[in-house]
Design a protein around this ligand. Structure first.
Ligand code: NAD
Ligand code: UDP
Ligand code: UDP
Length: 317
């Protein structure tokens, strides 16, 4: 039910104790909204939301989105899902359940409440892409039975569910395809490349390049990404996406390793480890739609963003 005496929105963020979710919550609270953070703390931590303890507009609920959720809110951001390959491959069945059952439950909630719902999809829906850069029209190249499939296919099925709830029930959905994003509050043991390299460089450990390091990624700073989320959520009913959100500046993994070593002044060496199965060769978003529809593009250069992330890990205790 809409509230009669209060225009402030109550916003549900699933996965809110994670890296991206906790930054999103900070921005929503700063805008004056109330936030309900729902998270099972699988990869997220209380540390990411500790600073909100006692905040009058913040609530935390420990809950697994694979199970139904009956709450009263005005808007939903669905971010719950492990995002790092080592984490989503730890219990792959639970990963697919989180994407698919989580989508069904949250879409059921959005349907009952008649509220709009944002979904954190991923560039992984393009798999190991044969088109470069990747536009939203590209249907992707995903191995449906490989080690990454629990994440990629789970996210693809979630996109199907969001699209069908929109068509069948008129739910207002916003599907964002997020490309590699980094920044403060990544967990030091997260396993993704930016946090691994920075933690290794600061600790004087060798930087672990998987394969020969010629594979590419395009790295977006978290503040830019959250700007994109908020702009997308403000669009009208007719804008449902999918829309790519990411930084189109592309780097090889070897270039990233060298940059991190230079920036930290580390004496670490670089070592090579085997390339994981189905590791995409290249990835770079075509952000034409985000520019045109959302008026959005990233502002933070990799050097600036890395420097803030290095500072975060330097002071991590
Ligand atoms: P993260 O691992 O830091 O955060 C994910 C959060 O979801 C964690 O707090 C975790 O505890 C929670 N979670 C996992 N399973 C859950 C479940 N069943 N029920 C409730 N909570 C659950 O990862 P992140 O980087 O913050 O990613 C957030 C979202 O963005 C994910 O959906 C991810 O797939 C998507 N995404 C992230 C990136 C990126 O580069 N960071 C890229 C593409 C997509
Ligand atoms: N659901 C939920 N919260 C709600 C409403 C629904 O978690 O407030 C879940 C419920 O478990 C249901 C799912 O969302 O199975 C899908 O809801 P929908 O209305 O689409 O399907 P139905 O209830 O008809 O199976
Ligand atoms: N990678 C690496 N060393 C690491 C972690 C990752 O060389 O310590 C590589 C990984 O094989 C991939 C790229 O860096 O080619 C990005 O990996 P990440 O796990 O960050 O994200 P994703 O593969 O999901 O894009």
């Amino acid at each position: 039910m809409p509230r009669l005496y209060d225009s402030r929105k109550k916003i549900l963020v699933t996965g809110g104790a994670g890296f991206l979710g906790s930054h999103l919550i900070d921005r929503l609270l700063a805008q004056g909204h109330e936030v309900l953070c729902v998270d099972n703390l699988f990869t997220g931590t209380k540390r990411n939301i500790d600073h909100l303890h006692g905040h009058p507009h913040f609530e935390f609920m420990r809950h697994d989105v694979c199970f139904p959720l009956y709450v009263e809110v005005d808007e939903i951001y669905n971010l719950a899902c492990p995002a790092s390959p080592i984490h989503y491959q730890h219990d792959p069945i639970q990963t697919t359940k989180t994407s698919v059952l989580g989508a069904i439950n949250l879409l059921g909630l959005a349907k009952r409440l008649k509220c709009k719902i944002f979904h954190a999809s991923t560039s992984e829906v393009y798999g190991d892409p044969s088109i470069h850069p990747q536009p939203e029209e590209y249907w992707g190249n995903v191995n449906p039975t490989g080690l990454r499939a629990c994440y990629d296919e789970g996210k693809r099925c979630a996109e199907t569910l969001f699209s069908d709830y929109r068509r069948q029930w008129g739910i207002e959905v916003k599907i964002a395809r997020i490309f590699n994003t980094y920044g403060p509050r990544m967990h030091p043991a997260d396993g993704r490349v930016v946090s691994n390299f920075i933690v290794q460089a600061l600790g004087g450990e060798p930087l672990t390049i998987y394969g020969d390091g010629s594979q590419s990624r395009s790295f977006c700073y978290v503040d830019d990404l959250v700007d994109g989320f908020l702009r997308f959520m403000e669009t009208g009913h007719d804008v449902s996406g999918p829309i790519n959100l990411g930084n189109p500046e592309e780097f090889t993994i070897l270039e990233l390793a060298r940059k991190v070593i230079e920036m930290t002044g580390s004496a670490s060496e670089i070592i090579r480890l085997p390339l994981p199965q189905d590791d995409p060769r290249q990835r770079k978003p075509d952000i034409g739609k985000a520019r045109e529809i959302l008026g959005w593009q990233p502002k933070v250069q990799l050097d600036q963003g890395l420097s803030k992330t290095v500072d975060y890990f330097k002071s991590y205790e």
